[in-house]
Ligand binder design. Sequence first.
Ligand SMILES: NC(=O)c1ccc[n+]([C@@H]2O[C@H](COP(=O)([O-])OP(=O)(O)OC[C@H]3O[C@@H](n4cnc5c(N)ncnc54)[C@H](O)[C@@H]3O)[C@@H](O)[C@H]2O)c1
Length: 225
Amino acid sequence: MKSTSQPRDRGIPEATVARLPLYLRALHGMAERGVATVSSEDLAGAAGVNSAKLRKDLSHLGSYGTRGVGYDVEYLVYQISRELGLTQDWAVAIVGVGNLGRALANYGGFVSRGFRVAALIDADPEVVGDTIAGLNVEHIDELEAVVKRRGVSIVVLATPAEAAQAVCDRVIAVGVTSILNFAPVVLSVPDTVDVRKVDLSIELQILAFHEQRKAGGPLMAVDSQ
Ligand SMILES: NC(=O)c1ccc[n+]([C@@H]2O[C@H](COP(=O)([O-])OP(=O)(O)OC[C@H]3O[C@@H](n4cnc5c(N)ncnc54)[C@H](O)[C@@H]3O)[C@@H](O)[C@H]2O)c1
């Protein structure tokens, strides 16, 4: 697996890359409200980071803003989008079209961010052939052919955990190097492949930990014994 702390392309640190989507989301909101320029403080506040970090992050993109004016919102949207590779259209395949896969397929927000759901793939004959969000669900036996034919660059894995590694191996074998994994399993992949994992239950567990602390949970109980 790749380390997440190493600088990547043109020396932009991975942590900066991870914050660029936060800036972009905040900037999109500002652009929609007709805001033309934004100070680093206001953008940092909207993105939930501190402004010194934001200025440092944007300096990696060669963007320094104008003293007393701030950053040009539209231009910064373009710069960040270009850096993230969002000025081109990415074809995404969703493998596993159950509850989660369907919800993702029906979500309209990906397209405006540069991602097009180009294929839906499942193993269940009851599901194959369904039309979801205008796309026909195709059989897992067709995986390699579909990935090639549709020019899929990113695969979203929404299968049960036990199926995920085998699907992952197959899409890597056909040339996919970016995987978004929702299945609760750690995938084993070569260094040339990027895997991002989404796990809502881990996020909930972290919130539960903080809730417990706020309520004076087990730590306090241990202290008082
Ligand atoms: N990361 C998260 O936060 C999160 C949240 C919800 C669910 N999940 C995970 O996402 C996955 C999907 O959840 P769900 O509720 O949609 O489950 P689901 O059972 O409704 O859907 C799974 C789908 O995968 C298909 N499938 C099974 N084996 C396959 C294979 N080899 N190739 C292609 N398709 C195959 C099934 O036919 C089914 O349609 C599960 O692994 C679940 O644990 C993760």
